[in-house]
Write a protein that binds this ligand. Structure first.
Ligand SMILES: [Cu+2]
Length: 260
């Protein structure tokens, strides 16, 4: 167990940390670590928590999704023999919207949540970021990986945390960061391939989920309270609603974006 895992195992919370660990790449020569002030996680009464679940809908005719323009990049085109791939920016199926980020925006008060030690991975494969939309908690390990035979980079346009820009020049190269400030959402680009995009949500709590193919999402272990729950989508913006949530409740909510 490394020292980060040890800290989190003890239920401590990193309020400030941004580190980058080389995985076969130079770029600074190994670890860069800030001081790690830690705060005690607030105990969660598991006998009172419940579930907020639901779906993100899209009403009306959805706009066409964008197409990644790979022309001029033969090494990428070669991995898409059917032609330029859809960008994945509008995924609507039977009125349900995929790849929307649903999260508690307000209402958790001063609760402090320990950062999970499990690593979330963002791959660059066939010249596409995978997944396109993802979330982590503040201080949770986030690994950028290049699975392609050509160079990529990972440029994170964070507004609150320090932005990052790192090269992943060789297949199998990875870099790891821990983002130290919550922000929804952070745009991530590859500066080499203009079509490559991912969107990262960084939250100071575990109550977030990316909607699935059927538009569904689930927020588990939510304590009773009055919350503002928000949904974000890269093309359609945000919607929010108030949710009054009782002890041990399971509550279904819906969000709807509309055409035009
Ligand atoms: Cu790239």
């Amino acid at each position: 167990m490394n020292k980060y895992a040890s800290f989190s195992f003890l239920g401590l919370f990193f309020s400030v940390l941004l580190s980058a660990c080389g995985g076969g790449e130079g770029g600074g020569g190994g670890k860069q670590e800030a001081a790690i002030p830690a705060r005690q996680a607030t105990p969660l009464d598991l006998s009172t928590v419940g579930t907020i679940t639901g779906a993100v809908r899209f009403e009306g005719a959805a706009p066409e999704q964008s197409v990644a323009q790979l022309s001029g990049w033969s090494e990428c085109s070669a991995q898409h023999p059917q032609g330029n791939p859809p960008a994945g920016d509008v995924l609507v199926k039977e009125g349900k919207l995929q790849n929307a980020m649903v999260f508690i925006k307000d209402g958790l008060g001063n609760r402090v949540f320990a950062a999970p030690t499990e690593t979330v991975e963002l791959d660059q494969k066939a010249c596409v970021f995978t997944p396109r939309v993802l979330g982590v908690q503040v201080g949770q390990p986030l690994k950028f990986l290049n699975s392609d035979p050509m160079a990529h980079n990972v440029h994170g346009f964070a507004q609150k945390a320090k932005p990052w820009n790192m090269s992943l020049s060789v297949k199998g190269t990875s870099r790891s960061v821990k983002v130290d400030k919550s922000e929804s959402m952070i745009e991530i680009k590859c500066d080499i391939h203009a079509w490559m995009r991912a969107y990262l949500g960084v939250f100071d709590h575990p109550y977030f989920a990316v909607s699935g193919v059927d538009g569904s999402f689930t927020l588990k272990n939510v304590p009773p309270g009055e919350y503002t729950v928000e949904v974000w989508h890269e093309r359609f913006g945000t919607r929010s609603q108030k949710v009054t949530f009782g002890a041990k409740e399971t509550k279904a909510i819906e969000f709807a974006f509309t055409a035009g």
